[in-house]
Write a protein that binds this ligand. Structure first.
Ligand SMILES: Cc1ncc(COP(=O)(O)O)c(C=O)c1O
Length: 390
């Protein structure tokens, strides 16, 4: 039995590895047009990938309406493609609100999911026609009550972020006492809380976090009913992972578990999610260039024209990555850094051919999300240009 299981494990591992390598090759293939006449870093974004990611999310969870988290990549063309694929949207700021106005979406379908909103941005959102606002503290309820007393409120609750690569717990999400206090604030202001949301952490590989979130939402719905309110929304947040190593759970596997949990949620409750990374991550591959090499004591350094400031903030934070060169050669460990004068502009050790040369191009896959949207042009180095490819 044991040996059969071991054999199965090996087959599975091989298949997953093959799947992962195939995906890397595909991302490099769709980026190739961006290598011609290279003139600075480019984030190649595949239109087909954007569309197929949206379709596989919808197919995996037919009851769950995807609201693309605009923060992951607010590029106007990307938003247009997701709109065409039937996605709705989730925003966190006035600038993201403006991108929705420019896109011409029905603003009643846009959710304002930043738990801390400035009064000015609440005023702008309310004037534009946004209906749904998240809350996770009594203070936020009071703030919204003075500006838009008829807002529809959904409560962000804390949930385990264990197993997510980029946890979001702690800063946001009401604890059980916070839930009681937030509900009381709503009651005192005459507002109603009719929805529940949570975020399992970004790049979450632990499906149980969603299970826990849905089960606890069910209990909170009962608390809302005790206040005479009728629950109408369950928002499953973001966190759906992309395949960095080939062993992350796929969207179908996550969907199967979530769909089963949703059987316990009455059909009168609309269910939505806020995928960011899953929808756009694997559609983006960064094409960047080696600008310098150095040997410092026993370490070999490779400097790229894109770094922590230019879009690789997550790599610098220890996020998994896949960095590939077109050059063939014996693999060697390089300490990699960006072009700026800052010492935080270093993003770990990575394997690349030992015979790398200045001006070689380097591909970094799965960077469609939180690359350009987190980048700045510190020191005057340009942020990657987004180029839509097939
Ligand atoms: C409120 C909210 N919703 C959705 C997302 C998107 O998460 P992800 O890109 O992990 O799917 C985030 C990410 O920070 C978020 O803060």
């Amino acid at each position: 039995m044991d040996s059969a299981m071991k054999e199965m494990d090996t087959v599975l591992e091989t298949n997953q590895r093959t799947m992962f390598e195939k995906d890397t090759r595909e991302q490099i293939a769709f980026s190739m047009p961006c290598t011609e006449n290279y003139d600075g870093p480019v984030l190649a974004v595949s239109e087909q990938r954007l569309r197929s990611n949206a379709r596989s999310f919808i197919a995996a969870m037919p009851r769950v309406r995807p609201h693309f988290a605009v923060k992951a990549n607010p590029d106007a063309e990307i938003l247009r493609i997701f709109k065409e694929e039937g996605c709705c949207f989730e925003i966190a700021s006035s600038a993201e609100l403006q991108s929705m106005v420019d896109l011409g979406v029905n603003l009643e379908t846009v959710f304002y999911s930043n738990p801390i909103k400035s009064p000015a941005s609440i005023r702008q959102a309310a004037a534009a026609g946004i209906q749904w606002f998240v809350v996770d503290t009594p203070e936020e309820v009071l703030k919204i009550a003075t500006i838009k007393p008829d807002a529809k409120l959904y409560l962000r609750t804390e949930v385990s972020n264990e197993g997510s690569v980029w946890p979001l717990a702690g800063k946001f999400g009401a604890s059980s006492s916070g839930i009681l206090a937030t509900i009381e604030a709503a009651r005192n202001t005459g507002m109603q809380i009719t929805g529940v949301t949570f975020h399992v952490g970004s790049q979450c590989t632990n499906i149980n976090n969603w299970v826990e979130g849905i089960r606890s939402a069910k209990n909170i719905f009962a608390q809302l009913e005790d206040n005479g309110w009728t629950p109408e929304l369950l928002n499953l947040g973001g966190g759906y992972p992309v395949q960095f190593t080939g062993i992350e759970p796929g969207i179908t596997e996550i969907g199967t578990t979530i769909n089963k949990e949703l059987e316990a949620i009455p059909s009168s409750i609309q269910v939505m999610a806020e995928p960011g990374r899953f929808l756009v991550g694997s559609a983006g591959c960064l094409v960047t260039q080696v600008v310098g090499m150095a040997t410092r004591d026993d370490k070999r350094w490779l400097y790229l024209d894109t770094g922590t400031y230019g879009g690789l903030m997550e790599l610098a934070g220890g996020f998994p990555s896949n960095i590939v060169s077109q050059r063939a050669g014996e693999p060697s460990l390089w300490t990699m850094a960006g072009p700026t004068c800052d010492s935080i502009d270093v993003f770990g050790e990575h394997s690349l051919p030992s015979n790398m040369e200045v001006e070689d191009l380097v591909f970094i896959t799965n960077l469609g999300a939180y690359c350009t949207s987190c980048a700045c042009d510190f020191n005057g180095f340009p942020i990657p240009n987004i180029v839509l490819v097939d």
